[in-house]
Structures are given as C-alpha cells and as structure tokens.
Design a binder for this molecule. Structure first.
Ligand code: HEM
Length: 553
C-alpha cells in the first residue's frame, strides 16, 4: 500500500523514473491476483476498468506520464504472465513449442499461415509426441484411452473455454455454446425430440424430394464438369432449409448460394483463425459493425423465428427442427431455449451445424467414389440388387438394407471428419489420468479427430479408403478397437447424426443408382484432398466431377 501511495505521490510530483518500477510491480501483483480466474469471464470488466483507469489517470497526471505508467504496468503484467506460464503453470511439464506455452496467439499465427491448423497440429505431434501443449492451458492428446475420458458417457469434462467465444451467458447462447452441464442437459431434450424416429419419418420424403431435384440438375449437366463442393452444399442447405425451418432455400434450383449463407461462408477462414484465441472473438464481435458480414444471416434466422411465432399452431405436429425448439418455448418446458436470443442462436446452429457437415461429407464420399472406381461399381451393384426395378422403385427401406452405403459414409467420415481439430473439453478440478500421464484440472484438452482416426497404431492401412473395414472386414481390420468419433460422443455428441445419415443415404443411393461418377478433365482430386481449410467445420476447395447417366435410369 505504501508503495502505491509513494508511486502516486511520485507521479504527481513529476518523479516518473521513481514510479515506473512500482507500476511494473503492481502489474505483477495484479497478474498474481487474477491468474487463477478464467479470464474469459472477467474480460469485459477488465477492459472497462483499464479504460476508466487510463482516462482517470490522464486527467490527474497528464497523458505522457499515464502512458509511461500504463506501459510499465503492462510490462509487469506480461512478464509475470510469461514467467508464470513457463515455470509455474500446472501444464508446464507438457512439451510443446515455446510460443504455444506463452500464448494462444501462437496457434492463431499457425492457423493464419494457410488456415490448416490440423496440419500444424500433426507436425507438433510428430515432434513432441502424444501429449502436446498447444496453448498456455491447452493440451492436444493422441491417445485412444483419452476418448472415453473426454467424450464418453461418464466423462466429467465440460465444454472448454473455446465455447465462451460468443459470450458466457447460457441464457443467451445456443446449445452448442452452453458450457453449464445442467443447462445443456435440459436443453438437449428439446433438440432430441426434433430428431426422434417419428420426426425423422416426416423429414424423409422431403429429403427425397430434394434428392430428386439434385438428380435433375445432374441430368441437366450430364457429362459436364460440376463443382461438387458447391453442389453438395446446395443440396445440404436445401435439406436444412426444409427440415430445419420448413423453408425452401432454393439453392438446387438456382444453382446459387442463398444470399444469407454467402456472408457466413465468406467469413469462415477469418473465423477459423480467430477462434484459436476464443476471448478475442468475443471482444471483436462486441465492436459495433464488426459482425456486419453476418447480419443478413442473423436477420434471416430472426425473421424465420418471428414468422413461426406468428403462424404457430400448437395442435399441429412440428414439421421441422426449429418448430420443435419453439414448441418447448410455447409450452414453457424446462428444455426450452432460455431467451429469444438463445432461440435465435439455436436456429443459426441448425443451419451451420446441420448443413456444412453433411455437405462436406457428401462431397468427400463422391470424391472417394470417383477416385476408387471399383468401390463405386460395388456400391452401384449393391444398390441395383436392392432396387432392381430402377429409380422409380426407390424406397428408403430398400436403401437402408444396403449396408455398404453406410460403410462408404463411415469410411469417408474417418478420413475426412467434418471437425478436424475442434471439440475441446475442460478437465474437472481433480484432473484426469490418461495412461501414464496426469492432465491437471481446468485444462482444455482436445483429441484431434482427423489425426486419431488416421493413426496407424489403431487403424490398419490407415491412409487407405477401405469402406469394408466397417463391413465384412470389420473383425479382420479390428475396427471396433480403433478410436472413432466423427460425431463426437457423450452428452455433447451430435444430436443430428441420424438426420445426417438419412440425408447421406438418400443422396448417395440416388447418385449411385443413376450416374457413373468420374473426375472432370483436368481434375486430379489432389487439391481437394490436401487443401481443406480448418474453420471449426471444414471448408472445402472446389471438386470438379462429371456425372454420366447410367443405362436404364
Ligand atoms: C455428417 C454430418 C455431421 C457431422 C460429422 C457432425 C458432427 C458433429 C460433431 C463432431 C459435434 C460435436 C461438436 C463439438 O464438440 O463442439 C456436433 C455437434 C452438433 N451437431 Fe452435428 N454433425 C453432423 C450433422 C448434423 C446435423 C444434420 C445437425 C442438425 C441440425 C447437427 C446438429 C448438431 C448440433 C446442434 C450440435 C451441438 C450439440 C451440443 O452441443 O449438444 N449436426 N456435430
């Protein structure tokens, strides 16, 4: 206290050199007081406090002296943070790049190179081993035994600080960003109703109708080069428009991306880079105008919710996912989104989580079928056997009997999961024990899905596309012993898994039955294979394919 008073007196008297050290010391003390607090929770208070203090001091001491004081204080804070993170931090024993130990901006910088953080993570794992410190309190783990600990049904881990990036108030954010275990558990009930067997039954004919539209576009463009990254997106967005909102997004007819979605897509790369420092996005998104690129998407979703409110009929069986969420709100159910803002955020998740993921999987499967014609032939033969009367005799029951479609989907999701490096969880206060390694409490831990699903320790011929490993070669290839989590697992696992599989089975069976798929002239598939962007969900480079109608269909 004396030190502080002397410091203030010193500055007031103009004795600046005296007080710079004291301000630095204050910075150290300040850091020691807050270093056990989750910064994301106090960030806005901190920024408001610093701004007030800066202006107050400028008023009392003048601008130049305030700058010196603030600079010394910040130098003290930063030095203390660096020393703490390197020498005293609970994660100090984990190997990793020096920069990563100091700050998450290291990851942001790696991601900014090519937006391919998954490749950077692979390099770090090959240099440092199965446990890598990728941030001050972030550990990336490549161990099968970590899967149930982080994602299993009895896991005590919660969603990590990554999920605080749109704000930490569970009353205002989507289910996906809800970190509180109980809030999340309650809200999941409303979501799960939208994916029940009965609800899926109402979606199936509408997805088939979209597949038929898709088929006519493939026929119209027969023999021509088509960008399947784009067309898979058109199909999936139209499906989510239909079963998510009961709305026609019209992408398949127009062959153009819906304008509300365009803004989202053009910002995916920036989002991928910035979300490596979760609090940064939280701060930036609160700057007026910073989220302007998303405004059309936001107002589109808000408009859809408004419309649903106005036309609500409580007697009618809900026909789409958002109606299921609204039903919970109307009935004041405990599972309801807790505020209008939360409901709007949920509706945005329906589109983003539901469409991107399914689209990238569909494009991935088509890529493999073009690349491995023998697998394509096998799929076609099996679909033909199940539906000998041709496409006019198509039925979902018949398609479901072709388990090879599921094997193709599963193998695509193994090699090209829709989430490459996302899904971090925070360890409980007591920490977790992964084999010989203890990971301390309140540490953000991730298992990079992309790496562990290609790890040769568990996957035979790990880099090869072999759908049979999920079918007739399951025992021989020891598939059941290998770590596999494309939809994640446990309490926070994907609620839309069955819907995604429904969409993928319908679209893939339609294509296999009606078309031969090949790379268009000039397309090698290499860019599609190697230049995927890690933007939480994957962003795909173009994939030019050619579709030739098969005889008799
Ligand atoms: C092939 C398609 C899909 C894949 C690979 C996939 C994968 C995933 C993964 C890995 C997660 C966990 C994310 C995390 O831990 O942060 C997740 C969560 C989620 N997915 Fe999916 N998903 C797919 C399709 C869908 C569909 C069609 C929907 C429908 C709207 C959907 C809705 C959601 C939601 C709402 C969550 C958040 C769940 C929660 O936090 O409780 N997904 N998905």
């Amino acid at each position: 206290m004396d030190l502080t008073l002397n410091a203030v007196k010193g500055v007031a008297q103009g004795d600046v050199s005296h007080v710079a050290g004291a301000a630095a010391l204050l910075g150290v003390l300040f850091h020691l007081c807050i270093c056990q607090v989750e910064f994301e929770f106090i960030m806005f208070h901190f920024m408001a406090g610093s701004t007030l203090a800066f202006f107050g001091m400028t008023y009392v001491f003048g601008f130049a002296k305030t700058l010196i004081l603030a600079g010394s204080f910040n130098a003290g804070v930063l030095t203390s943070i660096a020393v703490y993170r390197l020498i005293f931090h609970r994660c100090r024993k984990f190997p990793g790049p020096l920069g990563a130990k100091l700050t998450r901006f290291y990851a942001a910088n790696l991601s900014a190179k090519n937006v391919q953080y998954y490749k950077e993570l692979a390099k770090m794992h090959s240099q440092y081993g199965d446990f890598v410190r990728t941030g001050p309190r972030e550990i990336s783990v490549l161990r099968k035994s970590a899967v149930p600990l982080l994602y299993g049904p009895n896991s005590e881990c919660l969603k990590s600080t990554w999920y605080g990036q749109t704000g930490n108030d569970p009353k205002k954010c989507s289910i996906h960003m809800t970190r509180d275990f109980n809030d999340h558990r309650l809200r999941r009930r409303a979501w799960d109703k939208g994916f029940s067997i009965k609800a899926l039954g109402t979606y199936e004919p509408r997805i088939k109708a979209k597949a038929d539209l898709f088929k006519s576009q493939l026929l119209n463009n027969a023999g021509k080069s088509m960008d399947m990254s784009a067309w898979s997106m058109f199909f999936s967005f139209d499906v989510m428009g239909e079963v998510g909102f009961g709305k026609d997004f019209n992408n398949l007819v127009s062959g153009v991306e819906h304008s509300a979605i365009k803004g989202v897509h053009s910002h995916m790369a920036m989002l991928g880079i910035m979300s490596t420092v979760p609090w940064l996005l939280n701060v930036l998104s609160s700057i007026p105008g910073a989220a302007a690129g998303y405004s059309e998407f936001f107002s589109f979703c808000a408009g859809q919710i408004r419309e649903k409110h106005e036309t609500w009929d409580g007697e009618k069986y809900p026909q789409d996912i958002v109606s299921w969420l609204l039903k919970a709100v109307k009935e004041k159910d405990v599972s309801a989104s807790p505020s209008p803002a939360a409901l709007e955020d949920d509706s945005r998740v329906v589109i983003i989580a539901g469409s991107e993921t399914t689209a990238t999987t569909l494009a991935g499967a088509l890529f493999y079928l073009a690349k491995y014609p023998e697998k394509q032939k096998k799929l076609q033969q099996l679909v033909d056997q199940a539906i000998p009367g041709g496409y006019s005799q198509w039925s979902y029951e018949k398609v479901k009997s072709v388990s090879y479609i599921d094997d193709v989907i599963s193998e695509t999701l193994r090699l090209r999961p829709a989430l490459l490096t996302g899904g971090a969880r925070e360890t409980p206060a007591k920490g977790i024990q992964v084999d010989e390694t203890y990971i301390p409490g309140n540490t953000n831990v991730v298992i990079p899905i992309h790496l562990i699903q290609r790890d040769a320790r568990w996957w035979h011929k790990a880099e090869e596309f072999i759908p049979e490993r999920f079918g007739e070669r399951r025992a021989e290839m020891e598939t059941d012993k290998a770590p596999y989590l494309p939809f994640s697992l446990g309490a926070y696992g994907c609620p839309g898994k069955n819907l995604a599989q429904l969409s993928l089975r319908i679209s893939l069976s339609m294509i296999a039955q009606n078309f031969d798929i090949s790379f268009a002239p000039g397309e090698t598939g290499e860019a599609f294979d190697n230049e995927v962007l890690d933007t939480f969900t994957v962003t795909l480079p173009p994939l030019q394919l050619q579709f030739t109608p098969r005889n008799g269909n």
